[in-house]
Design a protein around this ligand. Structure first.
Ligand SMILES: [Zn+2]
Length: 250
């Protein structure tokens, strides 16, 4: 176990972070046992992580160390930036990341892996994975009289977690309603200094063909620029090559 995270987020009073061990007595002899406070902390972190990805079972195995072995040079650069972001992250810093690039490059894996790192190693308390299109659809469905979920509880999923992975932003139909709802989420998260990790298949530009700004609207786009470090991943869908990125694509 590294002590890095304790330097920035937490110091254990019980074991003084001596590798998470505390002295004890066993059969009259001195011994070491795992620090109960640190063990409790680990259990809480694990619960927060499982809760964050509870709707996507396959994500439970995702982490920054489980990315495809044959990642492209561009993906490697993005991975380095993701790691550095996590190392420098502090609770309440309000900073986020937006990953752009075409389908199937592993953006979601990288974003979810970052959330895991922040929850398990960096002191973030709550996280959530949401697909943007499905989330907004869920919000719309909550208006129906026979809906099981209320609007406020759907909204809460996006605005409350300390770390939110918002996947595939901008993929739904462009409507004013969608842009307004997205702006509400981003505004709230910005004001509360929460961390939002976004993926999108659109270009991180305001105008032009394939521009994210055109999909989400000028207001949302300017919020994203305020909140997020932009990391672009180049290349083609590695899943088309049997899960292996071809070096000639990069
Ligand atoms: Zn301890």
């Amino acid at each position: 176990m590294t002590n890095k995270k304790f330097d920035t987020t937490r110091y254990c009073e019980k074991c003084y972070d001596l590798n998470g061990m505390v002295p004890t007595e066993r059969n009259g002899a001195r011994a070491l046992m795992a620090c109960p406070d640190c063990q409790q902390e680990k259990r809480q972190q694990r619960r927060a992580w499982m809760n964050a990805v509870r709707t996507e079972e396959m994500f439970q195995e995702y982490s920054l160390t489980t990315l495809n072995q044959n990642i492209s040079p561009s993906m490697f650069r993005a991975w380095v930036k993701a790691n550095r972001f996590c190392e420098e992250w502090l609770p309440g810093c309000g900073k986020g990341v937006i990953f752009t690039g075409s389908y199937g490059l592993g953006k979601t894996h990288l974003a979810v892996g970052m959330m895991r790192e922040l929850l398990m190693e960096r002191g973030a308390r709550t996280g959530r994975y949401l697909n943007e299109r499905r989330h907004l659809q869920g919000l719309r469905d909550s208006y129906d009289d026979d809906s099981l979920e209320r609007e406020s509880s759907v909204l809460y999923q996006a605005i409350s977690p300390e770390v939110l992975v918002f996947d595939e932003v901008g993929t739904g139909n462009i409507t004013e309603w969608r842009q307004d709802k997205l702006a509400d989420v981003l505004d709230t998260r910005l004001n509360r200094k929460l961390t939002t990790i976004i993926t999108t298949n659109f270009a991180f530009t305001e105008d032009g063909f394939n521009a994210l700004g055109r999909r989400v609207g000028g207001l949302c786009f300017s919020r994203l620029r305020q909140m997020c470090l932009h990391v672009e991943i180049e290349g083609h869908d590695y899943r088309q090559n049997g899960g292996q990125a071809s070096m000639t694509n990069m």
